[in-house]
Design a protein around this ligand. Structure first.
Ligand SMILES: Nc1ncnc2c1ncn2[C@@H]1O[C@H](COP(=O)(O)OP(=O)(O)OP(=O)(O)O)[C@@H](O)[C@H]1O
Ligand SMILES: [Mg+2]
Length: 235
């Protein structure tokens, strides 16, 4: 069986700055993975490298057994990866409904269970604002819309980079509930979040990176108890 995602000896650069220094990781179908590390350690760069958004990389990235190294971002997305970026990424000038409907597509394995109706019942707040433009939504509503859109693409791997950042506690709690629903649903997910306890409590496995290298990896419950965790997270 192929891994859903396999990253081997991945290096990445922005110009001459060498950011990732040989990352190895795998994600299997249905796994929920937490990605942790202090600010600027390379979490978003790792995600953006997997998705083909970082121009200079070396190493291997395979998605379901296919090499993604030479692919453009849109081709990688077609392999079943859906990304909710830091800072949301919705269409500000389209309505909530339009944002959702335009992203809908059947999954690579025929999944079609995340219907518009299911997104409406998962995010009741959005159902009340269907005709509002994306730009008229609160930050939390935009984040929900962004996750709803990703779900309607029926990804094999959903990537959430700081989906709860800067949001009110009530909204953060709602987003964690949705993350739990997605996990129970069996969609593989890679999650970055500053709330490391919550992240480790809600994932199967985790990676901690420091200066572009993996310094801890394993079952999240073991990482939670690891004596060096707080040192690596600077908390
Ligand atoms: N577009 C860019 N051009 C040049 N350097 C960048 C760029 N984006 C990030 N960097 C640098 O790469 C390093 C890793 O950044 P990255 O955004 O991956 O960290 P992060 O772990 O996601 O941090 P944060 O918790 O702040 O989101 C940092 O030193 C950052 O300054
Ligand atoms: Mg980041």
């Amino acid at each position: 069986m192929n891994h859903l995602l396999e990253v081997q000896d991945l290096h990445a650069w922005y110009g001459t700055s060498h950011i990732l220094h040989g990352i190895n990781m795998t994600i299997d179908p249905h796994e929920t993975i937490g990605l942790l590390g202090r600010n600027g350690m390379g979490k978003s760069t790792l995600i953006r490298s997997i998705l083909g958004h970082v121009p200079k990389r070396s190493g291997q990235i395979q998605v379901d057994g296919q090499s993604a190294m030479a692919m453009a971002p849109y081709q990688i997305a077609r392999l079943g990866l859906s990304y909710v970026p830091e800072g949301r990424g919705i269409f500000p000038n389209l309505t909530v409904k339009e944002n959702l409907i335009m992203s809908a597509k059947t999954g690579r394995k025929g999944q079609h269970d995340w219907t518009f109706e299911r997104v409406m019942s998962t995010f009741p707040r959005l159902s009340e604002r269907l005709n509002n433009l994306g730009e008229q939504l609160s930050g939390g509503e935009q984040q929900m819309l962004s996750i709803g859109r990703a779900l309607m693409t029926h990804p094999d791997l959903l990537i959430l980079d700081e989906a709860t950042e800067g949001l009110a506690p009530l909204i953060v709690a709602e987003i964690w509930k949705v993350i739990q629903e997605i996990r129970a649903d069996g969609i593989a997910t890679l999650i970055v979040d500053r709330d490391w306890r919550k992240l480790l409590q809600n994932t199967d496995k985790a990676l901690v990176i420091q200066k572009g290298k993996v310094v801890l990896s394993g079952p999240s419950k073991d990482i939670l108890d690891h004596p060096e965790l707080t040192k690596y997270l600077g908390v």
